[in-house]
Design a binder for this molecule. Structure first.
Ligand SMILES: Nc1ncnc2c1ncn2[C@@H]1O[C@H](COP(=O)(O)OP(=O)(O)OP(=O)(O)O)[C@@H](O)[C@H]1O
Ligand SMILES: [Mg+2]
Length: 230
């Protein structure tokens, strides 16, 4: 049935010290799909993404990416293998220019093809000599995603992509995510349901560290009716 999943998460549990946050989460990401996890503040969305990307060590469970077990691997290896996490706080190097930020990612991945970055984000070409500190929230988001697509990732995990962005920038991101998903799977997490309804082909609802529903029906995705699970 269909193509093999690019990511297979099974019975994942994560905690901060004694405090358990993720409970027995199992999910799949299909190649080149646009998937979203929705959940309120503190539901565990960021913790789940970081656990998948090996930025946090799960207490138990398995994350298989492209046939390879990721649990226990260092996060830089995971990123180099093509599974990238883009954080919620839009961290770019503030003292470095757009060019220098891109150079670091090119150095890390060995991929110097910036044309594909500028194809998705032409504005970055104009801002190439501007320091990270002087970019707007939307421009930082562009730079973070631009850096992440170097190295031709197969999966982008994007934490709260629209947080703090103006509506017109959010509109641009909708288009960009549709374009990017021609080459790689995109899983976003967040609370912006109108955005999710415009991009997602499939949704998981997350509550108190557990996935409580999976929504695949297009009409239900479009009309936000999944908000009843939050
Ligand atoms: N570094 C940490 N140490 C201890 N507890 C943490 C840490 N980070 C998060 N938590 C706790 O884990 C739970 C889940 O947090 P998480 O950040 O994963 O939620 P979230 O769904 O991403 O929330 P938000 O929508 O606010 O980004 C919360 O109760 C939070 O207080
Ligand atoms: Mg979060």
């Amino acid at each position: 049935m269909g193509t093999a999943n690019i990511v297979e998460v099974k019975n994942l549990n994560s905690a901060y010290g004694q405090s358990k946050v993720i409970f027995d989460v199992s999910l799949q990401i299909k190649p080149k799909e646009r998937l979203s996890i929705v959940g309120r503040n503190g539901a565990g969305k960021t913790t789940l993404l970081k656990s998948i990307a090996s930025l946090l060590n799960p207490t138990s469970g398995s994350v298989v990416y492209d046939g390879i077990e990721l649990v226990g691997k260092p996060s830089y290896d995971v990123a180099r293998m093509g599974l990238k996490y883009i954080d919620q706080d839009k961290h770019v190097f503030l003292d470095l220019t757009v060019r220098e930020n891109l150079e670091l990612s090119s150095y890390a991945t060995g991929d110097y093809d910036w044309d594909k970055v500028f194809k998705h984000f032409p504005k970055l070409k104009i801002l190439i000599d501007r320091k990270g500190a002087f970019l707007s929230g939307g421009e930082r988001q562009m730079l973070m995603i631009g850096r992440a697509i170097l190295g031709d990732p197969k999966v982008l995990l994007i934490d709260e992509p629209t947080e703090g962005l103006a509506p017109s920038i959010v509109d641009d991101l909708v288009t960009t995510f549709h374009e990017l998903s021609k080459d790689c799977a995109i899983m976003t997490v967040g609370q912006n349901l109108s955005f999710v309804s415009r991009i997602a082909e499939r949704i998981y609802a997350m509550k108190e560290g557990k996935l409580v529903a999976e929504i695949t029906d297009e009409a239900k995705i479009k009309d936000n009716s999944y908000s009843c699970y939050l």
